[in-house]
Design a protein around this ligand. Structure first.
Ligand SMILES: [Zn+2]
Length: 182
């Protein structure tokens, strides 16, 4: 492993990566607004953040927690958003522990292009389950069908595990599960 937080080569990032700072070209904002969380791989939503599966995961269970706010500037995030982000991260780590039993995690933001962010203008916190023996779950050249199958399974497992906690309520229709930090 060359870098803990290498730029993630997500298929849709490569396809839709915006050249400008306009949020209308932001793939994260587009997924939030799409209205079909299952298709968007959005596992959960809280008041200020949402949980998105990485569709080209480094490891099984690789998810991201993102503010709805379209910004790449960490220092501008409102305190309520920061608290929500970390509480949501805590819930997801707990749920991943239950569902995948990893040996550990990497949790963190890549900020700016030099920091390894693949999308620089919308902050996203990576949560990557780790196992002692892992090197690379799927190489970047992995068969797309295999990746999609793994992501689908992770979606179900993580949703089910989140629903075991008191702060999370069930999804309706095409929604994702709802997190209420109270
Ligand atoms: Zn955005």
């Amino acid at each position: 492993m060359d870098s803990l937080f290498a730029p993630w080569r997500m298929q849709w990032v490569n396809r839709e990566r915006p050249d400008d700072e306009d949020d209308s070209g932001c793939p994260f904002c587009a997924l939030v607004e799409q209205g079909d969380d299952r298709a968007s791989n959005i596992v959960a939503r809280s008041e200020y953040t949402f949980v998105l599966l990485n569709n080209m995961p480094y490891n099984p269970g690789h998810v991201m927690v993102l503010p709805y706010a379209h910004t790449g500037e960490f220092h501008t995030l409102d305190g309520r958003v920061l608290v929500d982000c970390m509480k949501t991260t805590q819930l997801v780590v707990t749920a991943l522990n239950e569902s995948l039993s990893p040996g550990g995690f990497n949790v963190g933001f890549n900020i700016g292009a030099a920091g390894g962010a693949s999308i620089t203008d919308h902050l996203h916190l990576h949560i990557i389950p780790r196992w002692e023996s892992d090197t690379s779950f799927l190489p970047l050249t992995a068969n797309t069908a295999v990746v999609e199958e793994a992501v689908d399974e992770t979606y179900e497992r993580l949703s089910d595990a989140l629903l075991e906690t008191a702060q999370v309520s069930a999804a309706e229709g095409n929604d994702s599960v709802r997190i209420d930090h109270g």
